[in-house]
Design a binder for this molecule. Structure first.
Ligand code: SAM
Length: 232
């Protein structure tokens, strides 16, 4: 269970709302039951249900189980795509251990607003289900030109380009260190955007194969390839 405050030994927490409903009505926990909690800061903790009412319960922290895990230094910069599909990207980014999800505004995007609470809820749910102790940081929507203008030189920017590039595995061979993957929207990047990305000194155009993938599939494939190559 994700708790949005730093946890510590002996702390007593009141659990309410959806989390209380999940514990009381779905998991049917009773006094004395143990639950695992994490806070994305201090790690994973064991809690014991000290009191349970109809709509809330008190959980006392009794022991730390794990330190917060280290996550690979990989950002996923992705144009917002239609609802459901961007939620899926957020979920997979969380499962795969991406450090930062950066939504990028592009010209052909069909979506220009994001529901950050919903995206974060998807990340949290995925982390809970997959026993993660860390969440990706969710950045504000940034226009592509601002992203490129302020790009940190030391971070390789793997630009997933369906029109051709170095096969991603090959591109990763001699590149270690901080990295990011850039994925376009449903309609791809327009020609001027592609040119601007390629002109960014840190950019490396990469191919994920000869077939055009949906944006969310490309994001998942690129992150998986990077993780596999980095051994992270
Ligand atoms: N129209 C489909 C959709 O709605 O998702 C396909 C969109 S594809 C143009 C979206 C993005 O996925 C591209 O901008 C690119 O970043 C990435 N992409 C898709 N296939 C790829 C491939 N074979 N190699 C590299 N990147 C790819």
């Amino acid at each position: 269970l994700f708790i949005d405050q730093p946890l510590a030994d002996g702390m007593e927490l009141r659990i309410e709302g959806g989390q209380a409903h999940y514990l009381l009505s779905v998991m049917r926990v009773k006094i004395g039951a143990v639950v695992k909690l994490f806070d994305d800061r201090t790690g994973e903790w064991l809690g014991e249900v000290a009191a349970a009412a109809k709509r809330d319960l008190i959980v006392r922290i009794v022991a730390r189980l794990r330190e917060r895990e280290g996550v690979p230094d990989l950002w996923l910069c992705a144009a917002p795509i239609k609802r459901g599909r961007i939620d899926w990207v957020a979920e997979k980014a969380s499962e795969l251990g991406v450090a930062r999800l950066v939504p990028v505004a592009t010209r052909r995007a069909v979506v220009d607003k994001l529901n950050y609470d919903r995206l974060r809820a998807h990340m949290i749910e995925a982390a809970e289900q997959c026993e993660r102790t860390a969440l990706p940081e969710l950045a504000e929507l940034v226009p592509l030109d601002a992203l490129l203008r302020d790009w940190p030189a030391e971070r390789a920017l793997f630009f997933a380009d369906e029109e051709g590039g170095t096969p991603m595995l090959e591109a990763l061979r001699d590149r270690t260190g901080p990295a990011a993957i850039l994925i376009g929207p449903e309609g791809g990047f327009d020609p001027a955007e592609r040119e601007a990305i390629r002109a960014c000194p840190a950019a490396v155009a990469v191919s994920l194969g000869p077939r055009i993938l949906r944006a969310e599939t490309a994001a998942l494939a690129a992150v998986s390839i990077w993780m596999a190559a980095a051994g992270d």
